[in-house]
Design a protein around this ligand. Structure first.
Ligand SMILES: Nc1ncnc2c1ncn2[C@@H]1O[C@H](COP(=O)(O)OP(=O)(O)O)[C@@H](O)[C@H]1O
Ligand SMILES: [Mg+2]
Length: 325
């Protein structure tokens, strides 16, 4: 059945400096499990590995059967393996306070007498704000550079796409703003005969934001460093979801590591006397497997549906053998 040209192991051998690994796909297909298994494999290779999650609904503590919330925590019994559920609520609160300060400064600067609260509300009460906070958490961890390998649970798919689509326009815009502000500033400085440097928190923020996004883009589009993998089941919806993601990613030059097909019913467990329900599902999976081979030239692993959920380091260790066969 295996038409795999390049396995997971081979992919990682071909990219020995790979550092940032992501798993995307529809809900429930096994992204968290894949992230956990991959992080464990890298740790087993002797690389200092962190498995991190930025989304507010965490599942790493559940996966590892160990509390890893709030700080990088050594995974019990596995050398080189850390896991970390980042406290997004805390980040969101902090960035809200931060934004409030900036808006207050700006209102004062522009001599507008109004309360900042309404502006803060509209700037922060939307899903994109939460998403941005998660993204900032992620790149902050990446920039700190304290691990050899970073495996992220749940790819910031929409965000990465938006970021890369916007970053060129954004950079142009910020540069233009910077230039006109610099001109205005130096004119004022000339007129006042003083060279006192003015404070401008909004400008500082824009510049640092542009620089961080530029750095993130550089890392996330470097195929020696980054790979996004997409997990699917042999079923219509999960296939449609990853097709869309892969197309976006190609458009923006984000490296796609390949496709993982999960929860395949093992044929050797099924015969003519198996329940009709099971035989029907096998036939359904077969037909979607044909589609998968037609549509994707980069399948990296075919994983069996196990008779139990995958939870705890022992279960992960066993699953490593399937993924990295
Ligand atoms: N190959 C598999 N066999 C059996 N159970 C699996 C398999 N892959 C994942 N699971 C289970 O399916 C559920 C969903 O997996 P999860 O990794 O949480 O999905 P996602 O992160 O994509 O939402 C979990 O209970 C997990 O243990
Ligand atoms: Mg998950």
């Amino acid at each position: 059945m295996s038409g795999i040209e390049k396995s997971m192991v081979q992919y990682f051998k071909d990219y020995p400096n790979l550092k940032f690994v992501f798993f995307g796909g529809k809900g429930g297909v096994g992204k968290t499990v894949m992230a956990g298994v991959t992080a464990m494999w890298f740790a087993q290779q002797g690389r200092r590995t962190i498995l991190a999650s930025t989304n507010p609904v965490h599942s790493l503590s559940g996966l590892l059967a160990q509390n890893v919330f709030g700080q990088p925590t050594q995974v019990t019994g596995v050398p080189n393996f850390w896991a970390y559920e980042i406290d997004t609520k805390d980040t969101i609160e902090r960035s809200k306070a931060d934004i409030k300060n900036k808006i207050q400064w700006f209102l004062k600067f522009a001599e507008i007498s109004t309360q900042a609260d309404a502006f803060v509300e509209s700037a922060t009460m939307n899903p994109a704000f939460e998403e941005s906070a998660m993204f900032e958490n992620m790149i902050e961890l990446m920039f700190k550079n304290e691990y050899d390998v970073y495996v992220f649970d749940t790819a910031p798919t929409a965000n990465a796409r938006r970021l890369l689509g916007m970053s060129k326009v954004y950079s142009l815009w910020v540069n233009k703003m910077l230039k006109s502000r610099e001109e205005a500033k130096s004119l004022r400085e000339l007129l006042s005969f003083t060279k006192k440097k003015e404070e401008d928190p909004l400008m500082d923020y824009l510049v640092s934001f542009r620089d961080r996004m530029g750095r993130a883009q550089k890392l996330l589009t470097d195929e020696q460093l980054t790979a996004f993998f997409f997990v699917t089941l042999p079923e219509a919806l999960p296939i449609a979801v990853i097709k869309r993601f892969i197309n976006w990613f190609h458009d923006f030059g984000i490296p796609v590591g390949g496709v993982v097909v999960n929860m395949i019913i093992q044929k050797d467990q099924v015969n003519g006397s198996s329940p009709e329900f099971v035989r029907n599902r096998v036939a359904m999976q077969d037909s979607y497997m044909t589609q998968i081979w037609n549509d994707f030239g980069n399948v990296r692993a075919l994983l069996p549906l196990l008779d139990n959920e995958i939870r705890g380091t022992e279960a992960l260790r066993k699953f490593v053998k399937y993924v990295f066969a």
